[in-house]
Design a protein around this ligand. Structure first.
Ligand code: ZN
Length: 438
């Protein structure tokens, strides 16, 4: 399709802000002929050989990926342009934004099958692609690395009860823990993402196009573009200790991979174990990072937090399921826990842990000494991707809220790790969840 063939849209169909001074036709990107777009060689050994990813819209001819930056927030960026608050031509000034810690490069970065859902070079864009930036390519980082103090009531309580001891280095007197934190945007290399899910790339592209209501025509029209910046949530990594130690299998690593649960993580809802497990993991990470081994050096801790609300089904589905569970005949029971989710969502889970280990490979991790997780899906994905796991750490019973017993029993019966007894069929039939009005 040539540029001329792009259908003109009547100005009346667009809001006033979109009419002027911008062109009065929609620029379809579903045609090739982009002059000046740089090639991408996914899995190349160096950033120079790999080439920069250009997902910005300031110069469409430079674009070499499908989609735009910031994951789901790309829609807000469009809104800001539509509202006249943001110039389409704005280029990020990257002065002083460089990572506080250098991560990698690690051998895993050059293995095209190990990292398929993020850009390993995404934090070092300003350094690695200085030439292209100077030549006018608008290249944005997809990863940012910074430092922070995190202060959690559960950690302060652990200090007060003597379970954690401030060392003035990793943990301060008041209970603040020092971390390096990393924000990661999703960047999918479609040929390898398709392989992870056992489907053809053509099918993956077509279904992504169709099931988003035709949001990205290039998925089906531009088979020459292999990289997709999907409009989904990203990940945040919290590192307790020296980030470089993550890649050293001799240094004891305590890690949790956690999927977002806003209701529990932030608001303390007691129907699940998400926040108790997260804060327990943070306590374990601090302990592990402080631990002095034979060599006299500490360990390192890691929490990788993925924006996959409600098993990636979203909060509306999740709350519908809560009601269905609590209103069903016989009350909220563990034996119906997954069935109720399936009734509403069609599946039990959409998190697809297949892509989750990518961030671990990006950090150079080869061994997790203590995995603070009971999930068999996470464990299988991590070990299946070639990372060794030492011991698995379950959540202590006293941290499980009463209303969350239904979820915990259902998960253990379904294969989640537990050092204790797996609940039997009779046990699962006993209603343990609170009623809606209780
Ligand atoms: Zn939860």
């Amino acid at each position: 399709m040539s540029e001329d063939a792009a259908p003109a849209v009547a100005p009346a169909a667009l809001p006033p802000s979109a009419q002027s001074p911008h062109p009065r036709h929609i620029r379809l990107t579903s045609h090739s002929g982009g002059f000046g777009a740089l090639p991408i060689r996914w899995g190349a050994v160096t950033a120079r050989e790999r080439g920069p990813l250009v997902g910005t819209t300031t110069n469409r001819a430079h674009r070499n990926v499908i989609g735009t930056h910031s994951g789901s927030y790309s829609v807000y960026r469009a809104l800001a342009v539509a509202a006249g608050a943001l110039s389409r031509e704005h280029k990020a000034d990257l002065t002083n934004t460089a990572p506080t810690d250098v991560i990698g490069p690690y051998p895993q970065w050059a293995d095209p099958g190990k990292i398929v859902s993020m850009d390993p070079w995404g934090a070092e864009v300003a350094r690695e692609y200085a030439t292209e930036l100077a030549a006018g390519y608008d290249i944005r980082p997809t990863i940012a690395v910074t430092k922070a103090h995190v202060i959690l009531p559960e950690v302060i309580e652990a200090v007060q009860k003597g379970r954690l001891k401030p060392d003035g280095k990793l943990l301060l007197e008041g209970g603040a823990a020092l971390v390096t934190k990393v924000a990661v945007e999703p960047v999918w290399y479609l040929p390898e993402v398709a392989k992870r899910f056992g489907c053809s790339e053509t099918d993956l592209r077509r279904v992504l196009f169709e099931e988003t209501g035709g949001m990205y025509p290039e998925l089906v029209t531009r088979s020459d573009l292999d990289v997709f910046l999907p409009p989904i949530g990203g990940q945040t990594v919290y590192i307790f200790g020296d980030p470089r130690d993550l890649a050293n299998p001799e240094v004891e690593l305590t890690a949790r991979v956690h999927d977002e649960c806003n209701g529990s993580d932030v608001f303390g809802s007691d129907i699940c174990t998400c926040r108790p497990y997260l804060t327990h993991a943070i306590e374990e990470c601090i302990l592990g990072a402080q631990a002095q081994e034979a060599g006299g050096r500490g360990g390192v801790g890691l929490v990788a937090y993925s924006r996959k609300e409600g098993r990636a089904l979203g909060e509306v589905t999740k709350f519908l399921v809560y009601n269905a569970r609590k209103r069903q005949v016989g009350g909220d029971t563990a034996d119906q826990y997954f069935a109720r989710t399936e009734c509403v969502a069609g599946v039990q889970d959409m998190r697809f842990q297949e892509l989750m280990p990518d961030v671990l490979h990006w950090l150079g991790i080869r061994k997790i000494h203590r995995l603070v997780s009971m999930s068999n899906m996470k464990y299988d994905a991590i070990t299946g991707s070639g990372i060794e796991v030492g011991v698995r750490v379950n959540i202590p019973d006293e941290l499980i809220p009463a209303d969350a017993r239904v979820e915990m029993d259902a998960k253990m019966a379904a294969g989640y790790f537990t050092p204790g007894a797996v609940p039997d069929a009779e046990e699962l039939k006993k209603a343990k969840g609170r009623g809606l009005d209780a």
